[in-house]
Design a protein around this ligand. Structure first.
Ligand SMILES: Nc1ncnc2c1ncn2[C@@H]1O[C@H](COP(=O)(O)OP(=O)(O)OP(=O)(O)O)[C@@H](O)[C@H]1O
Length: 247
């Protein structure tokens, strides 16, 4: 997938222009239970931010708030500037009951691409993600790894300035994980800010340039990755790296 680097669309985003995303005293409660305690966090620049924490820490809640899929119970999530083009990838991709190719041409139609350009651009994206031979196959019968690559191909077509990924590799085999990680790095090289959750410390070491650690619905750390992996700032961070931080 490294041919992405030579794409004519390489200048798809002007990194400096991506608005920071600010969480101001954001909390989420459900039936009087606090799921996310008041959290203040600012994601700026073109980082690869890996959101980590044990099961139930609040990682998915944070991503859904960031992408506007969830409204906070209190506080405010806002873009400090123009709301960027965004895409989100989920652990189980949400695909239409159509062929792989049609999933992509449909996404292009929705975003206003002229009809005459859709097939060519969709085929180009399928080829980039190693799916060229599967274009006619119903998306829903594709393997988990193929579906994830199709979802990323669809995101690729929308030229996101910010890409949110919620445990995109947790159901995949090592080769498929590698393909998704390569795609994430390619998105980033072309100027997309990455915000991704994972359980996998090794994956975070490979991908992160900064780490957000959540625990029990609280923000514990927001730390540059080299610092976090060398010596976390907090006792919880150190326990997490030792594998001793459980719900
Ligand atoms: N719609 C909801 N209604 C009630 N509780 C919810 C809802 N969504 C999430 N929660 C709870 O909020 C907490 C945080 O959930 P979240 O999915 O963000 O955790 P996570 O860190 O992504 O965990 P995992 O690693 O297991 O995916 C959990 O205790 C979960 O049960």
């Amino acid at each position: 997938m490294n041919d992405m680097l030579h794409s004519p669309t390489a200048a798809m985003t002007a990194t400096a222009d991506i608005a920071p995303l600010a969480f101001a005293a954001v909390s989420v409660t459900h039936r009087e239970q606090v799921l996310l305690h008041p959290l203040t966090l600012r994601l700026a620049g073109c980082h690869r931010t890996l959101v980590m924490g044990p099961n139930g820490a609040g990682k998915s809640l944070l991503l859904r708030l960031a992408h506007g899929l969830l409204t906070p119970s209190a506080g405010r999530v806002h873009w400090e500037g123009t709301t960027p083009r965004q895409a989100m990838a989920f652990q189980r991709p949400v695909l239409l009951r159509r062929s792989a190719l049609d999933n992509l041409t449909y996404a292009l139609a929705v975003t206003g691409t002229p009809r005459g350009e859709r097939r060519e651009r969709a085929r180009e994206a399928l080829a980039r993600f190693g799916l060229a031979t599967l274009e006619k196959r119903p998306a829903r019968v594709l393997s988990g790894g193929e579906q994830q690559r199709l979802a990323l191909a669809r995101a690729w077509l929308t030229r996101p300035e910010v890409l949110f990924l919620d445990e995109p590799t947790s159901a995949l085999d090592p080769a498929a994980i590698r393909a998704v990680e390569d795609a994430v790095l390619d998105f980033h090289r072309l100027g997309t800010r990455i915000v991704m959750t994972t359980h996998d410390l090794n994956q975070a070491r490979r991908l992160a340039d900064e780490v957000v650690l959540l625990y029990g619905g609280r923000l514990i750390e927001h730390t540059p990755a080299d610092r976090f992996f060398a010596e976390p700032l907090t006792p919880e961070g150190r326990a997490f790296l030792r594998g001793e931080l459980v719900w």
